[in-house]
Unconditional design. Structure first.
Lengths: 266, 269
């Protein structure tokens, strides 16, 4: 049973606004940096820290989102790259679908406000990722992938009828976030150019952060402490496990990474 | 809700199980990580065909991996004592690597990564010491657990990076040869609350995660790319929990930025 509302909604809105402002800033900086991004197709040199300062502030995929010209200049993407991008988009599509479905469930919609807000924000972040992956795929000459990952769609289809509580939603979301993070972490080593490495390497940590947050939420739900799922939270009230359950591995695993062909457009 | 009420809401058994599961998962990742680090060392060595191979040292590093946390913590502690007492070395003076500019190319990035990991270990170690001395007020159990677990993971990261350095015939870095270390040490010294420490820790975690992101698309070694890619998400997860503890949204960016990434020019070796 979800606890009574303890969230400071006004603060949460402010935090969300601040987050959006930061993203807007990143995009603005990116567009400015793209003026100097003509060398994007150049081989990556060893003395990367000596590059122009503007590029140092560019988020990985934001560069691709904001600069078709820049990406086109370095669009040496292979067929495997395009498949990896399409599979990534398919994973994002599935995550979006699951979060959007979850948001309509009564125990989410009318439950813990922080969980609902997290689901809403996470949905928009996955939408940004899907757009980024599809943008890169099409700019590399491939098709956009607008369907969900078939392997995990089957998992979701099987799980959805059994979902009865917020903990069930969280468990399913953790699986999807982990698959996404593992896949993109592995993709960093599989794609053929630095732009795509930047893209995958800038998204994987965000999915990992989703998972970290969900693992903490899961621990609090398991401890009948849903009332502690608030922002801000009183750290003194958190169980010890909440401090570490969110990051179980010293190195992010990739053994569950999806193969690049899994969600590719057929 | 009072603290006593809270104590009734999660069992010791459950806490123990969660901690055990986490530790088991953590240990499972280490063999693959060591293999990746050795691949990187092998790549770097292959580029330098004029240097003799040192298989004996590599085998030693493989065997020593199981004691990574203890050894690295001991190394950091020992190094700190040799430079500036029990806290991380102020001023970033090199204790283990003497010659200037001896890390070049990808190895400079590896050296930076090692130094950043040592910096994080030292910062968390100093925080624990400050807490034990009562300088931070009451430390919540969750925060204490965060610090000890994150510190151990950073020690594992440092161990992996040092394996690359020594595998390539370079000295291990067991202290913090960074020009920003004095500021970090000073900030730690001024910390008077758990919140102060958490804010500083968040800066270090953001810096580390973003440095690895930048490295992932700028280094040339495939194993180096893979290593950076597997560590960046973990540092980002640390940051997410710190944000939550600090009352901030745990996933602030749609895409991880690099504006806080450390520059190798910070290195003093």
């Amino acid at each position: 049973m979800m606890a009574t509302e303890h969230i400071d909604s006004r603060l949460l809105e402010e935090l969300t606004e601040q987050s959006q402002d930061l993203n807007s800033d990143a995009l603005r900086i990116t567009r400015g940096a793209l003026i100097d991004f003509g060398q994007a197709a150049e081989p990556v040199g060893r003395r990367w820290w000596q590059r122009g300062g503007a590029l140092a502030g560019v988020a990985g995929m934001a560069a691709l989102l904001g600069g078709s010209r820049a990406f086109a200049a370095s669009a040496s993407a292979s067929a495997d790259d395009i498949m990896a991008l399409q599979t990534a988009a398919s994973i994002e599509n599935l995550a979006i679908s699951v979060y959007q479905t979850a948001a309509t469930l009564p125990f989410i919609k009318d439950g813990n406000k922080t969980v609902a807000a997290f689901i809403a924000k996470t949905t928009t972040q996955h939408q940004a990722h899907a757009q980024a992956f599809n943008s890169a795929a099409t700019q590399a000459g491939g098709q956009a992938q607008n369907s969900p990952d078939p392997k995990y769609k089957a998992v979701v289809d099987q799980a959805l009828p059994t979902i009865k509580t917020p903990a069930d939603v969280v468990k399913l979301a953790i699986t999807l976030e982990d698959v996404a993070a593992q896949t993109y972490t592995k993709n960093v080593s599989q794609v053929s150019n630095a732009d795509l490495r930047k893209l995958f390497a800038s998204v994987a940590p965000v999915e990992a952060q989703h998972r970290a947050t969900l693992l903490a939420v899961q621990a609090l739900l398991a401890g009948n402490a849903a009332d502690l799922i608030t922002i801000p939270v009183d750290p003194a009230k958190l169980p010890a496990a909440a401090g570490s359950v969110g990051f179980p591995d010293a190195f992010y695993k990739t053994d569950m990474a999806s193969p690049i062909s899994e969600g590719a457009v057929k | 809700m009072s603290t006593d009420d809270w104590d009734m809401q999660i069992s010791e058994t459950q806490l123990a199980r969660l901690t055990r599961d986490m530790d088991e998962a953590h240990q499972e990742t280490l063999p693959a990580m060591r293999a990746s680090a050795l691949d990187l060392a092998e790549e770097i060595r292959a580029r330098r065909t004029d240097e003799p191979r040192d298989a004996g040292r590599r085998r030693f590093l493989l065997g020593a991996g199981g004691a990574a946390v203890a050894l690295t913590l001991a190394a950091c502690s020992s190094s700190s004592k040799s430079t500036s007492g029990s806290s991380p070395s102020a001023g970033g003076s090199p204790a283990s690597a003497g010659a200037s500019g001896q890390y070049t190319g990808d190895l400079k990035v590896v050296a930076l990564a090692t130094a950043l990991e040592n910096q994080a270990v030292g910062a968390y170690q100093a925080a624990l010491q400050a807490a034990q001395a009562g300088k931070l007020g009451t430390v919540p159990p969750a925060v204490a657990n965060f610090v000890t677990t994150a510190m151990a993971q950073h020690a594992d990261h440092a161990k992996a990076w040092n394996a690359v350095l020594t595998g390539a015939g370079k000295p291990a870095i067991t202290d913090v040869p960074l020009s920003n270390q004095a500021d970090t040490t000073a900030a730690l010294g001024k910390a008077a609350s758990v919140g102060d420490v958490a804010k500083l820790a968040l800066q270090l975690e953001d810096q580390a995660a973003q440095t690895y992101l930048f490295a992932a698309y700028n280094v040339t070694s495939p194993a180096g790319i893979a290593t950076a890619a597997t560590i960046a998400p973990v540092e980002a997860m640390h940051a997410a929990i710190l944000n939550y503890v600090l009352g901030q949204y745990p996933v602030p960016d749609d895409f991880l930025p690099v504006d806080k990434a450390a520059s190798p020019t910070l290195l003093t070796v």
